[in-house]
Design a protein around this ligand. Structure first.
Ligand SMILES: [Zn+2]
Ligand SMILES: [Zn+2]
Length: 164
């Protein structure tokens, strides 16, 4: 039997041990790719764990002046390359968050096209399940193998929509 074209992100996210220490997971990932988990990289991961939404590099360095801009760019590029960090492109600035696989969750984004703000949001598990069922069905007729899906809502955030 052919492997399913789409095993589903929800199952994948749930396989991640929720109690695993994120730094341990990130350190292992980097070492397996011959990269070091340097102080600067660890600092960025800590900040991303504490962020309540995807952040831009200027936001990060404004809130944490101890983070040097140039090393933030460099280290986030490395963390993205090894799959620890996800880059979200929304226009002016790229935003960064911990990869779902590292966070052990699955979520979607609300993207404001006016100010560029991005918030995480989750849809009910029942919707995820029907989404995955339908997507798997669509892919049956395809040679494409999916590992995850992305679903963003694009529009105007509360702050922007109340402005006159
Ligand atoms: Zn906005
Ligand atoms: Zn989903």
């Amino acid at each position: 039997m052919a492997p399913p074209r789409y095993a589903g992100v929800v199952a994948a996210a749930q396989r991640q041990d929720g109690t695993a220490d994120i730094h341990e997971v990130v350190g292992e990932r980097l070492r397996s790719l011959d990269q070091l988990y340097t102080t600067g990289r660890r600092q960025l991961v800590t900040l991303l764990v504490g962020a309540d939404r995807p952040v831009t590099i200027p936001e990060l360095t404004a809130a944490h002046p101890e983070v040097a801009l140039s090393s933030a760019y460099r280290n986030l590029a490395v963390l993205e390359e090894v799959g620890v960090v996800t880059r979200i492109l929304t226009g002016e600035h790229a935003r960064f968050e911990l990869a779902e696989e590292i966070r052990g969750d699955h979520h979607h984004h609300l993207i404001c096209t006016s100010c560029g703000r991005v918030d995480d949001f989750s849809v009910p598990p029942s919707l995820e399940r029907s989404l995955e069922r339908e997507l798997a069905r669509v892919l049956e007729a395809s040679t494409f193998t999916a590992s995850s899906h992305r679903l963003d809502l694009v529009g105007t955030c509360g702050d922007c929509s109340t402005e006159v």
